[in-house]
Write a protein that binds this ligand. Structure first.
Ligand code: GLN
Ligand code: ZN
Length: 764
C-alpha cells in the first residue's frame, strides 16, 4: 500500500482571499478577528480539499511567511521588537513589515515603526521569506500555541494530521548572524526547543511529523553536515516519527548523510533527483519510509502518469508499505485550482494541472499502485491522450522556430566591433554631456493609466481611445523629462502593466491565466504567464510607442525591452525542453524587436535583465552552465545592431560580485544597476575587476518615498568616480519609477540633474 501525503498547500486562497483580508486589515478597514476568521476558513477549506490524500500538512499556513512563523514558534524575535506589547498577530506583522494595522492598535506609539525584517528568496523559487536574525546571545523558547491550535482545527475538519516544521539545521542555515557570530554555535541551545516541540506533538497524539531540511540539496561544508548528525541524534529519541523532507534539487554528496540520519523516513524530490531514488532505497534502513516526490510541485503541467508509473511500480514492489508518494515540494509555488479558469484557451487548459489537480493525480497514482492500473484505466487513458496531444500539437512545436534555433551560430551574438571602436561612434551620434542623466524606464502608473488599461481590457474603451490616452501620458512624461533637463529620455511604459506580461501577451507560445496567482511575499502575489510553445513574434511590440515618443523630442529616446532571461525566469516554463532552449527562442524573438527599433531610427535600446541573477542554480557547481546560456541569450538579443546603436541593460540588484565576469561578457555598452542602498559598496568589485564599458550606479532608492538631496547624489557619484573613470559614468536612479508618485519623482530627478551639473563642474 503506497501512502499519499502532501508537503504544503498554497495559503493565499483560490481568489487571493488572504491577500485581500490582510490588506484590508492593514488599512484599518476590517478587524483583527475578521482577518483571523478568514485564515481559519482558508485552512479549513484547504484541509478539506486535501482530504483525498492520506496525510495532510498542518502548520504550512502562515499569515505572512512560514519561516517567520517558525521564528515565533522558537521564540526567536529580533532584538528591536523585544519590548513589544499588545496583540501577538500585530507584533508578527511589525516584525514582517515594520507595522501592523494602525487604528485598532493601542500600541502604535510604542511598538510601531520598527525596521521590517529582511526578506530573501526561498531557495531558487520566487517566494521570499523573512530572514531569521541571530546573535551569539540568541536564546530560544517554545511557543507551540499556533501549531497545537491548528492541529485541533485540522482534526475537526476530519483530516489525518501531519505537522510540518522547518528543521533546526535549515532554520539556522536560512538565517543571518547580526554580530558575525557563528550561527551554528546556537544549535545546542536550539535543539532542546525542537525536542520540546516534538514532545508537544507526541502529547497531542501525533504520529508523523514532517521536518523540512531543504538545505540538504545545497553544497554544505563539513560543519553543516556534522550539524545534521548532531541534530538528528538528539531529536531521534522523541516519541514521534520524523519524515525528513528535502526538495528543490539533488542530494548528491549529501545523499548518504540524509539516508543514514536516525529518522523514520526521507522525502526526495523525484522531479530533480529521480536517479537518486534507487541508491536511497538501498541505503535506507529496512524500516524507513522513502517518500517520493513524483509530481512536480513547481510547475503547472499535467503529469505523464503512465510514464511515472513505469518507474514507480518497481519501487512500490520493492518497498511495499514503506513507499510514500507526494508532490516534489510544497504546492505553495503553484496556483490553487484550474477549474477557476474560464477564459483559458481550451487546448492549453487540457495540458495543465494546478494544486488541486495535482492532488488528484497523486490519488490516481496511488490507486494504480495499490489496486492495479486497470482500476483507474479510463483516467490513465485520458491522461495519456492529453499528454500525447500536447507533445504533438503544432502550437507547441513550430518547425520555423526550431529551424531558426538550429541556425544560431557564434557570430549571431557578436557585435561588429569591440566596445572601444563603438563608443566613439555612439558619442559622435548622441552628443551627450559627461555624467549623462537618464531613468530606468517606467514613470508613475497613475490611477488614470490603470483605469484606462482596465477599461480597455474590459472592452469599455476602444483601441483608438486607449491609444490616445497612452499617447497623452507619453507626451506628458516626455514634457516632464525635457523640463527636468534629462539627457536620454524614456517613454515611461504607461502601456505596460508588467514588464514580462506585456511581451508575453504579444508573443506566440504564451498563455495567460485569470487566477493563476502565486505568493511572492506577504500579501504580494504574481501571476506568471505560461510559456507553453515555441516562441515567435508575429509583429513589432514596442516600435509604435517608442517612435511616437521620439517624435516629440530631439533628445535620444531609449527603446525599452525586457530581456529573454528575465522573461523566462518570471514565467511558468516548459518541462518538455531545457530552459536554455526556451531562452534562446525568446532571445530570437526579442532580437527581432531590437532590430525593428533600430530600423525605426531608435539610437539607444535598453534590454532589462532584472531577473538574471535569480536564475542561478542552487549549487555553485552548476552556475557556469546557466551563466553561459543566459549570457549567450542576451548577446543574441542585443548584439545584432550597428556600432552606432547604444545598448543598455539594467539589473535591479546589487550582489553581482560573483558573476561580474559574465555581466561584462554580455557586452552591453551601458549597464545601470542598484547601488544606493549599499552606499556604493557593491562597487568594490570594480577594484579588482576592470569593467570595460559604461556604468550607471543607481544614485537613489526608488523603493522609498524619501527625496534624495543633491549633495547625497554628488557624494555617491564621487565614490563611484573613485573606482570607475568619470567618462564612463552615468547618473540614474536605482530602478523604474512606476510605484512612485509624480510629486516624489519630480523633486528627486530635479536634484539628480542638479547633481550631474555639479559633477561636471567639479570632476572634469
Ligand atoms: N524598465 C523597467 C522599469 O523601469 C525595469 C524594471 C525592473 O528592473 N524591475 O520599470
Ligand atoms: Zn530594476
Amino acid at each position: 500500500m503506497a501512502i499519499t501525503h502532501n508537503l504544503g498547500f498554497p495559503r493565499i486562497g483560490a481568489r487571493r482571499e488572504l491577500k485581500f483580508a490582510l490588506e484590508s486589515y492593514w488599512k484599518d478597514q476590517s478587524s483583527r478577528d475578521a482577518l483571523k476568521a478568514v485564515g481559519a476558513q482558508l485552512r479549513e477549506r484547504h484541509w478539506k480539499h486535501q482530504a483525498r490524500v492520506n496525510f495532510v500538512p498542518v502548520g504550512d499556513f502562515a499569515f505572512y511567511d512560514q519561516v517567520l512563523d517558525m521564528s515565533f514558534t522558537l521564540g526567536n524575535l529580533p532584538e528591536r521588537v523585544r519590548g513589544f506589547h499588545g496583540d501577538a498577530l500585530d507584533n508578527y506583522f511589525r516584525v514582517a513589515r515594520g507595522r501592523s494595522a494602525q487604528a485598532a492598535d493601542e500600541h502604535v506609539a510604542c511598538c510601531s515603526g520598527v525596521a521590517a525584517g529582511e526578506m530573501t528568496k526561498w531557495f531558487d523559487t520566487n517566494y521570499h521569506y523573512i530572514v531569521p536574525e541571530f546573535t551569539a546571545a540568541t536564546n530560544f523558547s517554545l511557543d507551540a500555541t499556533r501549531l497545537v491550535t491548528q492541529i485541533a482545527e485540522a482534526r475537526a475538519a476530519g483530516v489525518n494530521v501531519k505537522p510540518v516544521i522547518i528543521g533546526p539545521v535549515t532554520y539556522l542555515w536560512l538565517g543571518k548572524s547580526k554580530d558575525d557570530s557563528d550561527r551554528l554555535a546556537l544549535l545546542p541551545k536550539l535543539l532542546p526547543v525542537y525536542g520540546a516541540l516534538l514532545d508537544t506533538f507526541a502529547a497531542q497524539g501525533i504520529d508523523w511529523v514532517q521536518i523540512d531540511e531543504p538545505a540538504l540539496v545545497t553544497e554544505l561544508d563539513a560543519k553543516w553536515r556534522d550539524a545534521f548528525v548532531t541534530a538528528y541524534d538528539s531529536l531521534s529519541v522523541r516519541r514521534v516519527r520524523l519524515l525528513l523532507a528535502t526538495y528543490f534539487g539533488q542530494l548528491q554528496e549529501n545523499l548518504e548523510l540524509a539516508c543514514t540520519l536516525p529518522v523514520d523516513g526521507l522525502h526526495i524530490d523525484a522531479i530533480n533527483a529521480r536517479d537518486e531514488l534507487a541508491q536511497a532505497a538501498a541505503i535506507l534502513s529496512d524500516t524507513s519510509v522513502l517518500s517520493v516526490g513524483a509530481i512536480n510541485g513547481r510547475n503547472i503541467w499535467k503529469t505523464d502518469l503512465n510514464a511515472v508509473l513505469a518507474w514507480l511500480e518497481p519501487l512500490a514492489k520493492q518497498l511495499g508499505e514503506r513507499l510514500w508518494i507526494a508532490p516534489s515540494c510544497s504546492l505553495l509555488h503553484v496556483p490553487v485550482d484550474l477549474d477557476s479558469e474560464q477564459k483559458l484557451d481550451a487546448e492549453v487548459r487540457s495540458w495543465l494541472a494546478f494544486a488541486l489537480q495535482k492532488l488528484d493525480e497523486l490519488k490516481l497514482l496511488a490507486d494504480a499502485l495499490n489496486n492495479g492500473r486497470d482500476s483507474v484505466g479510463s483516467a490513465l487513458v485520458a491522461n495519456a491522450k492529453a499528454i500525447h496531444h500536447r507533445r504533438t500539437s503544432l502550437r507547441v512545436n513550430n518547425p520555423v522556430v526550431k529551424a531558426a534555433l538550429a541556425r544560431i551560430d557564434a557570430a549571431l551574438g557578436q557585435r561588429h566591433s569591440a566596445y572601444a571602436v563603438r563608443a566613439p561612434k555612439q558619442a559622435a551620434l548622441l552628443k551627450l554631456p559627461a555624467f549623462p542623466t537618464t531613468t530606468i524606464g517606467s514613470f508613475p502608473q497613475t490611477a488614470e493609466i490603470r483605469h484606462a488599461r482596465s477599461e480597455f481590457k474590459a472592452g469599455k474603451l476602444d483601441t483608438a481611445a486607449y491609444k490616445a490616452a497612452m499617447q497623452a501620458e507619453i507626451a506628458r512624461s516626455v514634457r516632464e523629462q525635457e523640463t527636468l533637463g534629462l539627457d536620454v529620455l524614456v517613454h515611461g511604459e504607461a502601456e505596460r502593466n508588467d514588464m514580462v506580461e506585456y511581451f508575453g501577451e504579444q508573443l506566440e507560445g504564451y498563455a495567460f491565466s485569470q487566477f493563476g496567482w502565486v505568493q511572492s511575499y506577504g500579501s504580494r502575489c504574481v501571476k506568471p504567464p505560461v510559456l507553453f510553445g515555441d516562441i515567435s513574434r508575429p509583429g513589432a511590440m514596442t516600435v509604435e510607442w517608442i517612435t511616437y515618443a521620439q517624435s516629440l523630442t530631439n533628445k535620444p529616446m531609449k527603446g525599452m525591452l525586457t530581456g529573454p532571461v528575465t522573461i523566462l525566469n518570471w514565467s511558468f516554463v516548459r518541462d518538455d525542453q531545457p530552459r536554455s532552449v526556451s531562452c534562446r527562442q525568446l532571445a530570437l524573438a526579442i532580437r527581432e524587436e531590437v532590430l525593428d527599433l533600430e530600423k525605426a531610427g531608435v539610437r539607444v535600446i535598453q534590454i532589462d535583465e532584472a531577473a538574471l541573477r535569480e536564475g542561478l542554480p542552487l549549487r555553485r557547481s552548476q552556475w557556469n552552465e546557466y551563466l553561459q546560456w543566459a549570457v549567450e541569450s542576451f548577446r543574441i538579443t542585443a548584439n545584432g545592431v550597428r556600432d552606432e546603436t547604444q545598448i543598455h541593460t539594467h539589473m535591479c540588484y546589487s550582489e553581482f560580485n560573483d558573476i561580474i565576469a559574465s555581466i561584462a561578457d554580455m557586452d552591453a555598452d551601458v549597464i545601470t544597476i542598484e547601488t544606493s542602498r549599499s552606499d556604493m559598496e557593491l562597487l568594490d568589485v570594480f577594484d579588482h575587476f576592470k569593467y570595460p564599458n559604461q556604468i550607471g550606479p543607481g544614485v537613489y532608492d526608488i523603493h522609498s518615498p524619501n527625496i534624495p538631496s543633491r549633495e547625497s547624489i554628488v557624494q555617491l557619484m564621487k565614490k563611484a568616480a573613485g573606482r570607475i573613470p568619470a567618462e564612463r559614468l552615468w547618473v540614474n536612479p536605482d530602478c523604474g519609477l512606476k510605484t512612485r508618485q509624480w510629486t516624489e519623482v519630480t523633486p528627486a530627478l530635479t536634484n539628480m540633474v542638479a547633481a550631474a551639473k555639479v559633477l561636471r563642474s567639479q570632476l572634469l
